[in-house]
Design a binder for this molecule. Sequence first.
Ligand code: NAD
Length: 303
Amino acid sequence: MATEGICAGRIVIITGAGRGIGRAHALAFAAEGAKVVVNDLGSTLSGESTAETPAEQVVSEIRAAGGEAVANGDDVASWEGAQRLVQQAVDTFGGLDVLVNNAGFVRDRMLVNLAEEEWDSVVRVHLKGHFATMRHAAAYWRAESKAGRAVDARIINTSSGAGLQGSVGQGNYGAAKAGIAGLTLTAAAEFGRYGVTVNAIAPSARTRMTETVFADMMAAPEDGFDAMAPENISPIVVWLGSTESAGVTGRMFEVEGGRLALGEGWRHGVPVDRGARWNPAELGTVVSELIAKGVTPEPVYGA
Ligand SMILES: NC(=O)c1ccc[n+]([C@@H]2O[C@H](COP(=O)([O-])OP(=O)(O)OC[C@H]3O[C@@H](n4cnc5c(N)ncnc54)[C@H](O)[C@@H]3O)[C@@H](O)[C@H]2O)c1
């Protein structure tokens, strides 16, 4: 691993980094010289815990390549767990520069059959699992900033097309991921004063989360560029985590293979203003005209 690189010396927490996209981020940050806290609870795809320690395996890989890393097994959606995670970075490496929120799991089902527990657990792990770590990291950075120490910190959140465009059978997951997109905007506006930028990605890659869902699309080619490899997601995240990304905040990046795009969010459409309260009966024509002038929504995944 490089001791130089665009993240040389930066202290980075990556949640859910024992597998899949998070693991790729951890290795990519370490390759650019970062010191990495590899968080992973080691849960199954649907959130149950296991005896494996995938975070420790990733730490061993980073150390074997000459990098610096430490494992953390806390649940990101636990208030105290998220606080311990932030504290571990500070205690182990002497600070914190980057928080990459990536951990999560799915419990897919059509809304009409979705159980309360399936809703609660998926919204908890993604949405509260982003908020709790951001909250404790931001408190650390605010204290640093108030103490007069320079803060040039980054948060990179993980949303999904399931949240931005909608996804049939993923109402719980999509709602949490749309919530993460909204939370990113508010956090970017609030944390800028402490020297912290906040951006999000909507990735697409072959991991255990997607390999069964998109089996055909996800197959690795026998040769050539493997567009669905999770490693393709990490370069933009590493760049966003570096000091080079200063000034970029409140943005959504869609990433798949070698393709990178901004996710354009909800925008104010061209308004029509009656100058007084509308009568419900007159709105049929008005709404038709608004829709005719508006942008056609993206198709919902799986619709
Ligand atoms: N793979 C894709 O195409 C895709 C698409 C859109 C969004 N995402 C998002 O990317 C992120 C990574 O997903 P992935 O595809 O690599 O899945 P993955 O299942 O391979 O990895 C997720 C990791 O998070 C860990 N985790 C789960 N709950 C945790 C908790 N409470 N605390 C700490 N760790 C926990 C799991 O143990 C697992 O190792 C997720 O947020 C996912 O929703 C993935």
